[in-house]
Design a binder for this molecule. Structure first.
Ligand code: ADP
Ligand code: MG
Length: 493
């Protein structure tokens, strides 16, 4: 079942693919060697053929982590080199014959039997260090190690300078700047929320870079909620809670926690996080948390934590408007050294509306294909390529899907939504639905009028104008929109 490139003489195209795989790995390793080696000691290449990459992970935890944090980078490099999309297929197998990085001694925090997820650490300090070493390590050396591990984790490109500001992310950007101590008011905590791929991680990395630049001695702790959980479990198992608490409470000057929604329902970790949070806030140390939902929408999160999240500033990030998307494409092209005409940047931004990560992916694919074919990225080429990858959202979501999501969100029946009922709450739901249809599907006003109980196109126009206005004056309207978008996204998958 497993294709052994190392055992059989591979065909020339496979040699190419394999070569590109190694190059892609090397690039990813360069960015953060320690993280790379730890995780890839639990991953192996099974085969790479015709753009299908088969890899195995030692367990589900490693698979999920590598899938989320390391493989996207490798795949992006591979796609660029191969000039074609690459599909990844994962297998879980407890015994790996040929891990990408043979396990070496220092990586070895021993895996205690039955430990749920003692996969190697990543974003953040700590368990990379062996237990004994950690206990005897002088404080200054420990601080140095934390700093270098933090730098290895941070994406050097995720800076404020590389972040494009527009109406959709203005507040989050200004507040993040404030938290980094570079002008603006500091709110504590700062809660940044928004859908996937809209720049939350970019902003928290930017805060870390900025703080380290301004105050090199500051202890910045950047950690994903997932990693916080794993470290906590490990500390419990190894009876190292004192060290864990010292690191997150006494020794931490700025705490940045990414993807807090991961803690939902994890009672013991939430309890620990609650005390960490209180200790830092009492000491007036900045805390920044990101989440894919607003605090009130976080399920299985104790009320006392939700209310603390809401007690500072909740700054949301919405999908960027066209102008911002164009500016982002230009910025990314400049950073990646991709020559791009303005008209192509606009075309890309018009084509990919869902999130910035997908926009970036489309740009990279275009660049890869053009370099492979030796063609410049002109409008004609871009049009042809983009036509091949029609955007998933507009293709799969229909007016009926949006109406259904809105009805579910407001607990209305479809008949009510389409009725002549002018009751405020029903009318509001209807206007939101029209607004979303217009935004997502670009349907014409008369078309929408017909789809919404045979209404006049002027009714649709004024509904959309009203929601546009409300979005700037009433933040809860954005919350509704985001919640409905999430429903749509989950039913699309
Ligand atoms: P999230 O954490 O919200 O899922 P990320 O921070 O990982 O999203 O962003 C996804 C990609 O989009 C990253 O490469 C990031 O640099 C880019 N990105 C998002 N928003 C912006 C922006 N406003 N300006 C520049 N790049 C952005
Ligand atoms: Mg993120």
């Amino acid at each position: 079942m497993i294709t052994e490139y190392t055992l059989h003489a591979p065909a020339p195209t496979q040699v190419d693919e394999l070569g590109h795989w190694h190059e892609a790995l090397a690039r990813t390793r360069e960015r953060s060697p320690a993280t790379f080696e730890r995780w890839f000691s639990s991953v192996q290449l099974d085969s790479l053929r015709d753009g299908v990459l088969c890899v195995s992970a030692r367990d589900e935890f490693v698979r999920d982590w590598v899938k989320q944090h390391l493989i996207p980078d490798v795949v992006a490099s591979l796609e660029r080199a191969l000039g074609r999309p690459v599909t990844v297929r994962w297998t879980v197998r407890p015994v790996l014959e040929r891990p990408v990085c043979p396990p070496s001694a220092p990586a070895g925090v021993p895996r205690p039997a039955g430990a749920p997820s003692e996969a190697p650490p990543s974003s953040g300090p700590s368990s990379a260090r062996g237990a004994t070493r950690e206990r005897t390590q002088p404080r200054a050396a420990a601080a140095r190690e934390l700093r270098s591990s933090l730098l290895a984790t941070l994406n050097p490109k995720y800076t404020f300078a590389n972040f494009v500001v527009g109406p959709s992310n203005q507040l989050a950007h200004a507040a993040a700047n404030g938290s980094a101590g570079v002008g603006g008011q500091r709110y504590n905590p700062l809660f940044i929320c928004g859908g996937t791929g809209l720049g939350k991680t970019h902003l928290v990395h930017a805060i870390a870079h900025k703080v380290l630049e301004a105050r090199p001695a500051a202890q910045v702790v950047y950690v994903s909620a997932e990693h916080f959980t794993n470290e906590f479990i490990e500390a419990l198992q190894h009876k190292r809670m004192d060290e864990f608490r010292a690191r997150y409470r006494q020794e931490c000057d700025v705490l940045l926690v990414d993807d807090i929604q991961f803690l939902a329902g994890r009672e013991q970790t939430l309890e620990e996080f609650f005390h960490t949070f209180n200790a830092l806030r009492d000491a007036d140390k900045p805390i920044v948390v990101t989440s894919d939902k607003y605090p009130q929408q976080l399920q299985r999160m104790p009320e006392r934590i939700v209310s603390r999240f809401s007690s500072g500033l909740v700054a949301d990030i919405q999908s960027p408007q066209l102008e911002t998307r164009v500016a982002i494409v230009r910025t990314k092209a400049r950073l990646e050294g991709i020559p791009l005409d303005d008209e192509v940047a606009v075309l890309l931004a018009q084509h990919v509306q869902s999130n910035v990560r997908e926009l970036e992916g489309a740009l990279i694919r275009l660049a890869a294909k053009s370099s492979l074919l030796g063609r410049s990225i002109d409008l004609e080429f871009a049009r042809a390529e983009l036509a091949l990858v029609a955007p998933r959202r507009t293709e799969t979501v229909s007016v009926a899907d949006i109406q259904r999501a809105v009805c579910n969100h407001f607990r209305l029946s479809n008949a009510e939504l389409l009725s002549k009922d002018r009751h405020k709450s029903v009318a509001f739901a209807r206007q939101l639905a029209m607004y979303l249809c217009r935004q997502r599907l670009k349907s014409s006003y008369p078309e929408l009028g017909r789809a919404f109980g045979d209404r006049d196109h002027t009714t649709v126009m004024s509904a959309i104008r009203r929601i546009d206005q409300l979005r700037t004056t009433h933040p809860e309207v954005n919350e509704h929109l985001q919640a409905i978008e999430q429903r749509l996204a989950s039913s699309e998958d």
